[in-house]
Write a protein that binds this ligand. Sequence first.
Ligand code: RFL
Ligand code: PHB
Length: 391
Amino acid sequence: MRTTVGIIGAGPAGLLLARLLHNAGIDSVVLESRDRDYVEHRQRAGILEQGTVDVLREAGAAARMDREGIGHDGIELRFDRRRHRVDFPALTGGRSVMVYAQTEVCKDLIALQLAAGGPLLFEAEALAVEGAETPSPHVRFRHQGREDVLECDYVVGCDGFWGVARKAVPADVSRVFERTYPFGWLGILADVPPSHDELVYARHDRGFALLSMRSPTVTRAYLQVPAGTDAADWSDEEIWDELDRRLETDDAWTLKRGPVTAKSVTPMRSHVHEPMRHGRVFLAGDAAHIVPPTGAKGLNLAVGDVVTLARALVELRDTGSDARLEAYSATCLRRVWQAERFSYDMTTMLHRAPDATGFDDRVQLARLDRIATARSAETDLAEGYTGFPLD
Ligand code: RFL
Ligand code: PHB
């Protein structure tokens, strides 16, 4: 099998890259190790930045998002039983975000890809990427029990944190920057309308809580839990009780409870692999970097990477210049580190570390108070949350 761009992974990065290349008349093949049902139902991100919304519209992949997505003009911060709303458009010159689940973005992109006849192979596991430094890199993969080879001009590893593409970058040129956190998120989906019309990020002495949503009838919520927690250790009632405590306010706000339909724990880490390119092999999305979910940046960064890469490949084809392709890793890493900084700040401001002292608690509250009272601090949060520009 032969193609121009071999894409490993049908998460948001791989699927959107295939769509952008298809629109530009560049052929690609997507290899995905899991089955379609699994990919379409894996619960993950919920927030699309303004830039991501714009890219999906330009790519012709936004029809359902524009019908069903819920535009949000702010978030609420809760701390010390107080509530503070951050108004995004007022602080950023009109930018906002959209609540539209990653599962739905993936469903839409898969449907478009299959309708366009674009090769998208499910249950096709990449085993190794070889020949990165040659003009014809290739992917060895297993599909329906048989081993095969995908010959390419370029290979893009969109295969997430646990993928194989990263191994194509030799150890002596790779650098990894990492931080793990001593806590994770216990996430639930529940059949109950959201208790607030915007997302609520809460800092509490018992730990962080986040109230989000998937639709006008489905609540998504998260609780900070110790690293290594098993979701089965928490009954539904205990989860609602804990959300109630951590989200408590001095006014009459109440939490609506309903049947929990899904429950899982996500570990939290920050991780960056540099460089994001070796020869003709490129890394994009979680394959190259992970952020803790507090800043809602992961999916949006994946989108930024593949937009940068697609533009570079189109420029090379149209003008013969590989300047953008050569700059791919540096261009993305600049944005990635801004998002790493923002996600780290949000995480450390809102979560309670197991060894936190009274001093740490007071500093967290001072940071939140500063956002609530100083426009410069609030603007920094609003700009970071709604997203850094794509270039
Ligand atoms: P993905 O989505 O992990 O997709 C990688 C794909 O590659 C496949 N794969 C392989 N295929 C073939 N051969 C192999 N050898 C393969 N190895 C792996 C996998 O099966 C998979 O289909 O990476 P991608 O495309 O880079 O997308 C990244 C995002 O999924 C991720 O950053 C976000 O979900 C992070 N994230 C959030 N991001 C946001 O922007 N906003 C949010 O609100 C947000 N909330 C979250 C999140 C992530 C979470 N979890 C579970 C980690 C909330 C949570 C709880
Ligand atoms: C979600 O709805 O899944 C979500 C929202 C905001 C975050 C993380 C996850 O920061």
